[in-house]
Structure formats: structure tokens, C-alpha cells
Design a protein around this ligand. Structure first.
Ligand code: SF4
Length: 157
């Protein structure tokens, strides 16, 4: 409905969503991070819905490949690690792709690409262009942040 333009806000029943007895309550519970309140999770969920429907952009956007036999790193762990450090960058789009064979072609309109290019090697993209090739994985997130800083898109959390 939001994507079709038939609304511009979201309302959820907080009582149900914070209950341990409803399916939606248990679903919300599964998203709660350490020392985070349920209300905060619900708030995040609502902003996620608005952002997914392009009604309101309030945070970083991530595009990740589904992973397959070619994936060169733990996609979930890596996405979480990148998300933790960059999720406050409103409107910036970061693609996290498991391999360089198909990853760059599937990054859509991402501003930055973090792409597996070998064992323990990451290649970073600015839009469709390679800007750091085959850097060691342990430095890759710092390098991604440096790149965002170089472009003037970084803000302190
Ligand atoms: S980008 Fe590479 S690793 Fe990811 S799903 Fe596509 S082929 Fe597999």
C-alpha cells in the first residue's frame, strides 16, 4: 500500500508486538539486540518499513547478495560488522557481495561495494568503479569507512 502511494505513515499495535504470546511479539523479540528496549525495536521496524517503501529515508541502506558456493566470506557476519559501524549514515547505500564474478553486476545503484575478490581479499567499489583492489579482509571495513570519509559522506555516530 505504501509503495502504491496509498499511505504515508505506519501504525502498529505495540501491545501485541511486545507480547510473548503472539507470533508478532516473538518475531519482534528475535530482533532485539543486547540492552535494547522492545519499543526501540518496534521503532526501528517502523522506520525500516517506511524506508523499504521509499516513504522516508532515515538510515543506511544495505544490499547483500543471497550467498552461494562462490561466496568468499561469512556474509551474515560481515554484513552485521559493516552495519554496526555504518548504520547511522542516512541515505548511503552499501552493497556487500560475496564474489567478484557476479557481485558487481548485482550491486544495483549502490554508492559503495564491498566485494569478496579472493581468499581473505576484498575489493572496494565506489559506485561501479574499483577504488581499492584485493585489500586484506581485516582492514577492509576501515578502508570502506576511509572511502566514505574521503567522499565527505561520513558523520560521527
Ligand atoms: S554475488 Fe557471487 S557469491 Fe553472491 S550470490 Fe552472486 S554469485 Fe554467489
Amino acid at each position: 500500500l505504501l509503495i502504491d502511494g496509498l499511505g504515508d505513515g505506519v501504525w502498529l499495535n505495540v501491545k501485541d508486538l511486545t507480547s510473548n504470546e503472539t507470533e508478532s511479539g516473538l518475531y519482534v523479540k528475535s530482533f532485539i539486540r543486547k540492552s535494547e528496549s522492545k519499543e526501540k525495536v518496534i521503532n526501528r521496524l517502523l522506520f525500516n518499513i517506511l524506508q523499504a517503501a521509499r516513504q522516508r529515508i532515515s538510515k543506511t541502506e544495505y544490499i547483500a547478495c543471497p550467498s552461494c558456493g562462490r561466496t568468499l566470506f561469512d556474509l551474515q557476519e560481515t554484513t552485521e560488522m559493516i552495519r554496526k559501524r555504518t548504520e547511522h549514515l542516512k541515505g548511503v547505500k552499501i552493497a556487500i557481495m560475496g564474489c567478484i564474478v557476479n557481485g558487481p553486476g548485482e550491486m544495483a545503484d549502490a554508492d559503495y561495494g564491498y566485494v569478496g575478490s579472493g581468499v581473505d581479499k576484498i575489493t572496494l567499489y565506489r559506485e561501479k568503479n574499483i577504488v581499492r583492489r584485493n585489500i586484506p579482509t581485516k582492514n577492509a571495513v576501515d578502508e570502506l569507512i576511509n572511502l566514505i570519509k574521503e567522499d565527505g559522506k561520513w558523520v560521527e555516530p
